[in-house]
Design a protein around this ligand. Structure first.
Ligand SMILES: [Zn+2]
Length: 84
C-alpha cells in the first residue's frame, strides 16, 4: 500500500512560477522578490528575470538567498548547517 508521507510543515511561501518566463522556482527564490522588490508584490520573478530587472547576476541572487537564510530572515526557509 502506497503511503504518502507529508513533508514536515515549514513556514515558507509555496513554490511559485515566474511571471515572465513561467520557470518554476522555490519558495526561497520567490521570497527574494518580497525582499528586494516589495513585500506585497504578486508579480514573482525567477532569479534570471529578477536579475535582469535589477541588473544582478542570478548567481548573485542565489548568494543573497543563502545570506538571508543564514541571517535567519523569516521570509526564507531556515538555514541548516549539515557540515558540522
Ligand atoms: Zn523568469
Amino acid at each position: 500500500m502506497e503511503f504518502y508521507r507529508k513533508p514536515v510543515a515549514v513556514a515558507r511561501p509555496a513554490d511559485e512560477y515566474c511571471a515572465e518566463c513561467d520557470a518554476p522556482m522555490t519558495g526561497d527564490e520567490a521570497a527574494l522578490n518580497y525582499k528586494l522588490v516589495d513585500k506585497k508584490t504578486t508579480r514573482l520573478l525567477c532569479p534570471t528575470c529578477l536579475g535582469k530587472r535589477l541588473e544582478l547576476k542570478p548567481e548573485t541572487l542565489r548568494e543573497m538567498i543563502t545570506l538571508f537564510r543564514k541571517q535567519g530572515c523569516t521570509l526564507f526557509s531556515p538555514w541548516v548547517d549539515i557540515d558540522t
